[in-house]
Design a binder for this molecule. Structure first.
Ligand code: GAL
Length: 990
């Protein structure tokens, strides 16, 4: 029986122990006048002190010179909590315990003025026996929480530094015969079909228990009893059931089948005294020939690291948060979570059991600042290292985690913590896991830095190893399988090149996947000076020292909206691969256990982005099999000339726990062209009619029916496009070689390495303007012809050999063909982008694309994008990364219309065989570059259109120096031409 103590508690705050109210716990101390604080919750998010974000350094670095085990005394906030409670009647006369599920980082407990106990380890429960201290009527519970303790040396995770009672608190009582420990092993035999169930029980009180007995019933998911056994406890209060369960349904992430073990504890008279329901999943996780296998099959972790985080509540997350997370994770084809870097709330593991997620359960240990300083390995005062005095508290953390979590089928691997270097203490922990729980494997990455302790980890685990390093390991005849416990650093606009990792899955048996860093941005809601809420990062709370925006590396934004990076993750993590063609869809079912039975195959045929045919049918492919489902596209649907895309998708026939019916589980695309006699040649016909050309002293005007175009020799560009009476050019097109640096760009010091391209984009000179009419020159001041071309040559101080030419050809229908040519020179840094950028008025605030989408994509992050038509308001195009940066790009752009509220505007088209990349945004690259927060961006007056021949990839191996992969960069000496056609759009009648 439980009684929650969540809710308002009385609270007093002091910045250090000397300032605290020492006697507050006493019964004669009245704290009714204190302020209220919410439990669970962090102190720093409820108005006392403030949050601080730091990564590897200890948060007091530079402020206090303490070394372990000493702790700062000057600044060590103390929260004194008081809760008055009356024991529920149903609990009176019974033993009463209190459970604190999570308190950061250390605390003392008193009841009615008497000292009850002390605890450390913020992320596992601490429980105390309150029975001797309880009284009738009102009880006074006093808890004194210290932000910093010896435990803080072991809790140097890369996260916000908070303190307080941040997980729930409750009282509970137990019956006379109470099962204090329950261990369930639901194993499989060598056929992986028959189950063996071991249930070890231990009663709280020994001696008196010999007369008690227990009935164990195993129920399947429908509630049917499939097995029942009865047993008696021995003198030690123990009993073990060990039974063959016959053929069972197995548990896996693909098919998380759970049984219930129902235990009825009876006293000597056969009266039921305690009933327990424990979920169990039959599964077997083991190493076979150096390969990690689940139920006999090689497993690949399509994983993500997850911090418990909520932008308003910090790490005090709610059930709703967890439900949202698990659904989002499942919907996006992830199958594994590492609980970076501490044990999570219990409910999370229950959800992983139920929804089907493999878990690396990581103990609460990180001593990063004790051995790595500004990136360099310097373990001179590393803890716990080989120091026996740290063994006890470190081991306690391991035991607390294992004992709390051991019955969850979802947990496959125990992790000995994160980034604490290596030594005897952690080795002992890993041996403890292994010996206590042979049914799981042990993970620890830190041995990478000290191979003497290699035996600590059963698998080779690295963080941020590049694809080439991983391949080198895999090809060196290694002794252990490989996982990346962290990879794809998803900070800001990132996740480029992820396919280079997932491609290893099929090439190397010992490559067993990785865990993206990480799931959710750790940014906190704060108000700017005008009272508007925004997502704040380190430093925004005047917290120093800080590591600023490094807290934001999520594939989910902190407000729990999905980032565009997810598009790539979902695609590359799909178990089932689809390869459509005109004649059929090849389905490779990479599931280990599940057929495609629950999925329907949907095929859509698009012509130039618009659906011309669709089909929904069956496609049953067994796990591990490949099959081709023939496709008969009606002739009528493919006879017209155009660009066709076949979208094949497997969608849920019925709703699952984690998604609605119709949810897309797998996707594949094929694109092909159908040419007719009329468009067999690539060259589009020249529009009929003629243009009138006026070459003035300063300007060149080209006009025709309903349009007039002006080029300026003085400005050196196209300066006016008037369709009807509308002026389209607010700021003339100019060459652009810079993109607003992404977080990854900053990691590679793009500004330092390639800043010349920033300068070149701001300062150029037009060296030559040339006008031709048709293919002739112009004679006289006015002329006319079928078309007229004005070409501009530009020079840049970066090199006098670099050539950039933009030629505009105006046709009689008012369309303008824009051809840009870049001819580079060797010896300069790679270019971020080669583009033309111009501005429209912000009235043109709506876009419709026929391009790769729907979400933002880049040349190294376009696998998850698909060719189609989609629309967005301009304001929705930039992605709200924590620090404004390049975002919102689309590759493969064939058509883009930018219109105002009336449907009038401009369109841009490119040949499907030579599409362009486009970015439409309210902000220029330079405005974005200059802003550290979205609220620093200027008021919106323009729609900025950037059309690129190519933009370099975004990268993603890490955010602290990993370059974008070679195939996705733009060498300075390349030659590049790109072209598109601008024309008027009038949808006002639609
Ligand atoms: C890893 C660390 C993570 C996080 C990441 C960078 O070294 O384990 O906690 O700090 O780097 O974002």
């Amino acid at each position: 029986m439980r009684s929650s103590l969540n809710g308002n508690w009385k609270f007093s705050y002091a910045t250090n122990a000397a300032g605290r109210i020492e006697s507050f716990y006493r019964t004669d101390y009245d704290c009714h006048g204190w302020e209220d604080i919410q439990v669970p919750g962090h102190i720093q998010l409820q108005g006392w002190g403030g949050p601080q974000y730091v990564n590897t350094m200890y948060p007091w670095d530079g402020l206090d010179g303490v070394r372990p085990p000493a702790i700062p005394e000057e600044y060590n906030p103390v929260g004194s909590y008081v809760k008055h409670f009356r024991l529920p009647e149903t609990m009176t006369g019974q033993p009463v315990y209190i459970s604190f599920q999570g308190v950061e980082s250390a605390f003392y407990v008193w009841l009615n003025g008497e000292f009850v106990g002390y605890a450390e380890d913020s992320f596992t429960p601490s429980e105390f026996d309150l029975t001797p201290f309880l009284k009738e009527g009102e009880n006074k519970l006093a808890v004194e929480v210290y932000q910093r303790s010896t435990g803080s040396w072991l809790e140097d995770q890369d996260f916000w530094r908070f303190s307080g009672i941040f997980r729930e608190v409750y009282l509970y009582t137990v019956p006379q015969h109470h099962v204090r420990d329950l261990r369930v092993l639901a194993e499989l035999d060598d056929s992986y079909t028959a189950g063996r169930l071991t249930v070890d029980l231990e009663l709280l009180k020994q001696g008196i228990s010999a007369s008690a007995s227990v009935l164990m019933e195993l129920k399947d998911a429908s509630g049917e009893v499939v097995l029942a056994e009865h047993g008696h406890f021995d003198e030690q209060g123990k009993h073990s059931f060990a039974v063959d369960a016959g053929i069972v349904k197995t548990w896996s992430a693909e098919r998380p089948y759970l049984y219930s073990i129902c235990l009825s504890v009876m006293d000597a008279d056969g009266v039921l005294v305690e009933a327990i329901v424990q979920k169990a999943g039959f599964r077997r996780f083991e190493m076979i020939d150096k390969v990690m296998c689940l139920n006999g099959k090689r497993i690949v972790f399509k994983g993500v690291n997850r911090h418990e985080f909520n932008s308003r509540r910090g790490r005090s997350i709610t059930k709703e948060d967890m439900l949202w997370d698990i659904k989002t994770i499942k919907q996006n084809n992830m199958n594994a979570v590492r609980t970076s870097h501490y044990p999570n709330q219990t409910l999370w593991y229950e959800l992983c059991d139920e929804y089907g997620i493999y878990v690396i359960d990581e103990m609460n240990l990180e001593s990063h600042g004790s051995w790595q300083k500004m990136g360099a390995v310097e373990p001179s005062w590393n803890i716990p290292g080989d120091h026996p005095e740290w063994q006890g508290s470190v081991m306690d953390r391991a035991v607390s985690m294992l004992e709390r979590d051991k019955n969850h089928p979802s947990i496959l691997i125990w992790s000995c913590g994160n980034e604490s270097y290596a030594g005897e203490v952690i080795l002992n922990v890993s041996n403890y896991f292994r010996e206590t729980d042979p049914g799981r494997l042990v993970h620890y990455e830190g041995v990478f830095h000290n191979r003497k302790f290699d035996a600590t980890s059963d698998m080779e685990s690295r963080m941020y190893a590049k694809p080439a390093d991983i391949i080198e390991y895999l090809e060196s005849n290694p002794g252990k399988p490989y996982i990346s416990c962290e990879y794809m650093h998803a900070m800001g606009n990132s996740i480029g090149g992820m396919h280079k990792y997932t491609e290893l899955e099929d090439k190397y048996k010992l490559y067993q996947g990785g865990f993206i860093w990480d799931y959710i941005d750790q940014s906190l809601v704060k108000k700017d000076r005008y009272g508007r809420e925004y997502l704040a990062y380190g430093g925004d709370f005047d917290d120093r020292p800080t590591d600023y925006s490094f807290c934001g590396n999520g594939i989910v934004f902190a407000d729990r909206t999905v980032t565009p990076k997810m598009q790539e993750v979902k695609f590359l993590y799909q178990n089932i691969k689809l390869e459509p063609s005109r004649f059929g869809v090849k389905i490779k079912n990479g599931n280990l256990f599940e057929s495609t039975e629950k999925l329907a195959l949907s095929v859509r045929l698009l012509r130039n982005g618009h659906e011309v045919y669709s089909w929904l049918g069956e496609a049953r492919v067994e796990a591990g099999d490949v099959a081709v489902v023939p496709l008969e596209l009606p002739d009528s649907s493919v006879h017209e000339a155009g660009e066709y895309a076949i979208h094949a998708a497997l969608v849920l026939k019925e709703a699952e726990l984690w998604a609605e019916a119709g949810h897309e589980v797998a996707f594949g695309e094929a694109v092909f062209e159908v040419s007719s006699a009329a468009n067999a040649s690539e060259v589009s016909p020249i529009p009929a009619g003629s243009v009138r050309v006026v070459e003035g002293d300063v300007n060149i005007g080209v006009s025709g029916n309903g349009f007039s175009i002006l080029f300026s020799k003085q400005v050196g560009s196209l300066v006016s496009v008037r369709y009807g009476n509308r002026e389209m050019i607010a700021v003339p097109p100019a060459p652009l070689f810079w993109r607003a640096a992404t977080d990854n760009d900053k990691g590679t010091q793009l500004g330092y390495e390639a800043g010349v391209w920033y300068a070149a984009s701001l300062a150029r000179r037009c060296t030559n303007v040339k006008l031709t009419v048709d293919d002739e020159g112009i004679s006289g001041i006015t002329a006319s012809g079928a078309y007229a071309t004005v070409a501009f040559d530009y020079a840049f101080s970066v090199s006098d050999k670099l050539q950039f030419r933009v030629a505009y050809t105006v046709y009689a229908d008012g369309s303008i063909r824009v051809r840009s040519g870049y001819k580079g020179v060797p010896g300069l840094p790679n270019l971020p982008i080669v583009a033309l950028s111009f501005k429209l008025s912000a009235d043109y605030d709506h876009t419709e694309w026929y391009a790769m989408g729907p979400e933002e994509n880049y040349i190294d992050r376009a696998f998850g994008a698909r060719l189609g038509v989609f629309s967005r308001k301009v304001e929705q195009l930039p992605s709200p990364y924590l620090v404004p940066q390049e975002s919102g790009n689309r590759t493969g752009v064939r058509r883009l219309a930018i219109t105002d509220s009336r449907g009038l505007g401009i369109s841009l088209t490119a040949a499907p065989s030579a599409p362009v990349e486009c970015n439409v945004s309210p902000y220029t690259a330079f405005e974005l570059e200059n802003a550290a927060h979205a609220w620093e961006l200027p008021a919106v007056h323009y729609t900025v259109v950037t059309v690129a021949g190519r933009q370099m990839g975004v990268g993603g191996d890490d955010s602290w120096g990993a370059p974008v992969h070679d195939e996705y960069v733009i060498p300075s000496d390349c030659e590049m031409t790109f072209e598109f056609v601008l024309s008027a759009v009038d949808r006002s009648a639609e």
